[in-house]
Design a protein around this ligand. Structure first.
Ligand code: 5RP
Length: 220
């Protein structure tokens, strides 16, 4: 099966988790875009949504789904999003699409974070995928120095300005043995808006597509 077919498969599987009432949190990326397509193709009703990017908001609105400002919402039941890497403890690297800050906010508001990926995203140790860090532009070089001290090689993502008007440093060369500590250390650097490590609050359920079907892995 192609990676695209696997993404469609896992997107369909996720439809059953859409709450019948209330708000659905929707992330960003190509897998999530397949999920939004499947909502339409299968005629699934979504009462209202909160969205992690301008692009997702536009796609949801194009389907007639009401998109709310999270500032007007209470915490809600389910957030569905993809990931760039997933380890056995359901800790994640996210931010390949530069939407990590809004994704972390929506994750923190959700009772359950359901992560949808294809099998290529599963890893033993996080860090092969360069770790995205959203930074305030005037502090970029100072943040980069500190990231080098932590053992990584930050590279400015060319031509990328986030929906929050910030920049992304992609940190190469990390082998993340202790995601909880690294998330805290990077968050503490002045000028960092968000690090794309989702370790303190990772996924609650990961759906991953394989050639043999979709498998479920739940946080224990
Ligand atoms: C966007 C993300 C995406 O969830 C992540 O990059 C995975 O994307 P895709 O489904 O295209 O592989 O974190 O910021």
């Amino acid at each position: 099966m192609t990676q695209d077919e696997l993404k469609v498969m896992v997107a369909k599987e996720a439809l059953q988790y859409i709450p019948r009432q209330g708000i659905l949190g929707v992330g960003s990326g190509s897998t999530v875009e397949k999920f939004i397509e499947q909502i339409k193709l299968n005629g699934v009703r979504v009462e209202a949504a909160v969205s992690s990017s301008e692009r997702t908001t536009a796609l949801l609105k194009a389907q007639g789904i009401r998109v709310l400002d999270p500032n007007t919402c209470e915490p809600y039941a389910v957030y569905i999003d993809g990931a760039d890497e997933v380890n056995d403890r359901l800790q994640l690297i996210k931010g390949g699409g530069a939407c990590l800050t809004r994704e972390k906010i929506l994750t923190s508001m959700a009772e359950k974070f359901i992560c949808i990926v294809d099998r290529s995203k599963l890893v033993t140790t996080l860090g092969k995928f360069p770790l995205p860090v959203e930074v305030i532009p005037m502090g970029r070089e100072q943040v980069a120095r500190q990231l080098r001290r932590l053992g990584g090689e930050p590279v400015l993502r060319a031509g990328c300005i986030t929906d929050n008007g910030c920049e992304i440093l992609d940190v190469h060369g990390l082998r993340i043995e202790d995601p909880l500590t690294l998330e805290q250390q990077i968050n503490a650097i002045p000028g960092v808006v968000t690090v794309g490590l989702f370790a303190h609050k990772g996924a609650d359920l990961v759906l991953y597509a394989t050639d043999e079907g979709v498998r479920h892995k739940e946080r224990v």
